[in-house]
Design a protein around this ligand. Structure first.
Ligand code: PMV
Length: 351
């Protein structure tokens, strides 16, 4: 359970014009993005945020979002800043709709200002929406005094962004939907220290992607390949789950590449088609196939963006980093190691 001592309530003196209560409720949370080995792409039920298939991911430490939510009775509307810059338009609307959901659950009508800080590029297939909405879920509910279990938080987070539900629990995580009850939330398969994998994220572009995953996913059903991808998902999930639990890198590598390629095949064959890869993404994927032949324990996966997640075991990381840094077109390499769950921070924490 999320403990209530982690949020602060400041009751400034009661002002009576009729009865006007000035009140701020504030909480701060940290969450990590995650990289999916088995991706979700496409919704079975968009309104209820039920994905077409279950998915498996790993949280990425070193990369994080810190979000402070302050509900204030003096505010006339919700506001959002991202890395200090005010956000308007669709980005703000998405956050407002999510805050509405939290307000309804808490039975409170009070606007908030949301301040979010990311230490990694936003919108380039690095799951900034996952860590963003996971942190917002935790800080927003805590600020309004809602004490939710991890399962409830995960279930709620998926309404902000599907993959956000996987950034609530720690380590290696599976997002499942119960076909009977329709309950849909993520749970830890294994803690962060279960397997010392490293995600070396090769940044080829840090530009905002032209078609976000929510819009892109709506096209999934128009690809003739989506049905086959979804039908085969259970088999890939079993392979991936088994590979994680048994620390079997070879099987993980095989199923991770297959799953990523299947998702991108669906994207490329949608109507209209979506091409998230850049020429450099493909060149790097092919280079990794050569490195595997040389014996390096390494694999690749790409989300809805051109950057390549090059995943390896800890003992191979220095060699992989060296190769990535020297690779044409690679602007930067970020490092993500398995990380714990989303957590509350003290509102004044500089952490
Ligand atoms: O729920 P979103 O909008 O973060 O979409 C995530 C989609 C992929 O990253 C491409 C796949 C996944 O399962 O993370």
């Amino acid at each position: 359970m999320i403990k209530s001592e982690n949020f602060s309530i400041t009751l400034t003196p009661f002002l009576f014009y009729g009865i006007l209560l000035m009140m701020t409720l504030k909480a701060k949370a940290l969450a990590h993005p995650n990289i999916a080995f088995i991706k979700y792409w496409g919704m079975e039920d968009e309104a209820r945020r039920i994905p077409a298939n279950d998915s498996i991911s790993m949280n990425l430490g070193c990369l994080s979002t810190r979000t402070t939510v302050t509900f204030d009775t003096q505010l006339k509307e919700d506001t959002l800043t991202l890395n200090g810059e005010p956000v308007t338009g669709e980005g703000l609307l998405r956050v407002q709709r999510f805050l509405d959901r939290i307000r309804t659950l808490a039975g409170k009508k009070v606007f908030a200002y949301v301040e979010s800080e990311n230490n990694f590029p936003i919108g380039a297939g690095l799951a900034s929406s996952a860590s963003g909405f996971a942190a917002l879920t935790l800080a927003g509910t805590a600020a309004l005094g809602l004490e939710f279990s991890e399962r409830e938080l995960s279930s709620l987070a998926r309404f902000g962004s599907g993959s956000a539900c996987r950034s609530i629990p720690g380590g290696f995580v599976e997002w499942r939907t119960d076909p009977l009850t329709g309950e849909s939330y993520a749970e830890s398969l294994a803690p962060a220290d279960h397997w010392d994998l490293v995600d070396c994220v090769a940044i080829l572009s840090d530009e905002h992607k032209p078609v976000g995953s929510e819009a892109g996913m709506r096209l999934a059903g128009s690809s003739p390949l989506q049905e086959a991808r979804v039908l085969d998902a259970e088999r890939r999930l079993d392979l991936c789950r088994g590979a994680i639990l048994g620390r079997d890198f070879e099987t993980l590598a095989k199923v991770t590449e297959l799953d990523s390629n299947m998702m991108h095949a669906v994207m490329m064959t949608a109507d209209p088609p979506l091409f998230y890869w850049l020429p450099g993404s493909l060149a790097l994927m092919k280079a990794v196939k050569r490195w595997q032949k040389e014996g390096l324990p390494v694999t690749t996966t790409l989300d809805a963006g051109p950057n390549v997640h090059v995943i390896c075991t800890k003992d191979a990381v220095e060699g992989v980093f060296e190769r990535l840094r020297a690779f044409p077109g690679v602007k930067d390499v970020l490092r993500g190691i398995p990380a714990g769950p989303a957590r509350l921070l003290s509102p004044d924490s500089q952490e």
